[in-house]
Design a protein around this ligand. Structure first.
Ligand code: ZN
Length: 407
């Protein structure tokens, strides 16, 4: 639903796939189970601006998980949301004097074309919040039935107080971050400063929907828990998800709140592992709207840069290490991709099997793409200096399936 075009994956049945090991948000090594089925929910975009390289790096990281699990034979169920009604979107639409729906639609289309160009496998469901109001309302009703919902003026809050023993940071620190990321810790009348809004009463000029909680719109955290549970809780497992993924900035409050909200609604855990992708800097500085140094995928594509070079450049660093985008990185990626393409164009190359087995093992080790790419480069150099076998097609298929590189 709503996703971008699917990408056929070539099977690699002749290879052994070790279980994928990932480092979760508790800095623990976690080995993924689920030989037959695997589910993953990744927090999606708020469509008020184009996809910048930080977004792209995050979606590439989870694309690697999806590719690995699929190649290893799992049936992957993967859902991603689009927060297509939220303060930043409404504020941007107001600032630019355009309809918020039109802004969201344009940016969602741009996001889909960026993901298509980068060869990110689409989720089984790309779910818009505005298409999910009933699902979200029904979920909030569970919080109400279980006594975790309260009303303040006309807004409704989730009472997180009884779950704070799981807070990974101090309350003071949590309150500070909560305020920086859209929370309202200082509002009078709240039971606890960290309680998040789950239903905003209608404010002038803002879009609103009718619900049993009055006219209004849902809050951010509850949207993801409601959508993920609706699409991925068929087995009523505890926890519901194997992976809840997103950028490192979602660790708190978003993913913490999601976990507590699901506990309150179902008495079960939300995700076995929370996996976070690190940030992308620009020339050593944090990319941000205020600094005006965001690099957008669509701009690079417009400049004629091959999307496979963008993909290679982002994967040449590890997904859990903050790293910098620069012209130098781009030029390096251009040169490396050119070498691999030159090798793949030959009729005879170095042996494929040891390379493919090594890449599989690198990926199984917390998605070590930098090592996988350096092996591919070494293979390309050996292929040029000492070609031996007619196996370039096999390497092409394997790196497309495993790394998303169609070279
Ligand atoms: Zn989310």
């Amino acid at each position: 639903m709503n996703s971008w075009p699917s990408i056929p994956l070539r099977e690699l049945k002749e290879y052994q796939f070790p279980k994928l090991k990932l480092i979760n948000s508790n800095n623990q090594s976690s080995t993924l189970e689920g030989a037959d089925s695997f589910n993953m929910y990744v927090c999606g975009i708020t469509p008020y601006d184009a996809t910048h390289l930080g977004h792209a790096a995050t979606y590439l990281a989870f694309d690697m998980v999806n590719r690995y699990q699929s190649a290893a034979g799992s049936k992957v169920e993967f859902v991603e949301n689009v927060t297509d009604v939220d303060d930043p979107l409404l504020e941007r639409a107001k600032r630019d004097g355009i309809d918020w729906r039109k802004l969201a639609h344009t940016q969602i289309e741009l996001f889909k074309s960026d993901m298509t160009a980068l060869r990110v496998i689409p989720p089984s469901h790309l779910v818009h919040v505005t298409d999910s109001l009933e699902i979200i309302e029904n979920f909030i009703k569970l919080l109400d039935q279980n006594g975790y919902l309260y009303k303040l003026d006309k807004d409704f809050y989730f009472s997180v107080g009884s779950f704070l023993q799981d807070l990974p940071i101090s309350v003071e620190e949590a309150v500070k971050i909560f305020a920086e990321r859209g929370g309202d810790p200082d509002r009078e009348g709240k039971k606890h400063p960290l309680d998040p809004v789950v239903w905003f009463a209608h404010r002038e000029d803002d879009p609103a929907w009718n619900s049993s909680f009055g006219l209004g719109r849902p809050g951010w955290h509850v949207e993801c828990t409601a959508i993920a549970s609706h699409y991925l809780d068929q087995k009523k497992s505890d926890p519901i998800l194997q992976i809840q993924g997103g950028g490192a900035d979602l660790k708190f409050p978003h993913h913490f709140m999601s976990e507590q909200i699901v506990k309150a609604a179902y008495g079960r855990g939300f995700a076995r592992d929370y996996i976070h992708a690190a940030m992308i800097f620009f020339d050593g500085e944090k990319m941000s709207k205020s600094k005006g140094n965001l690099v957008f995928v669509s701009e690079l594509l417009e400049q004629g840069i091959d999307p496979m070079i963008i993909r290679w450049a982002l994967m040449s660093g590890h997904y859990q290490q903050d790293r910098s985008w620069s012209e130098q990185l781009l030029f390096k990626a251009i040169s490396e991709v050119t070498q691999v393409r030159a090798a793949l164009a030959q009729s005879e190359v170095a042996e494929a099997d040891p390379l493919i087995r090594s890449i599989i093992n690198d990926l199984a080790n917390n998605l070590d793409t930098p090592t996988a790419l350096s092996r591919l480069l070494q293979w390309a150099n050996s292929s040029i200096s000492n070609p031996q076998v007619n196996q370039s097609g096999l390497v092409s298929r394997a790196i497309d399936s495993l790394l998303g590189l169609a070279l």
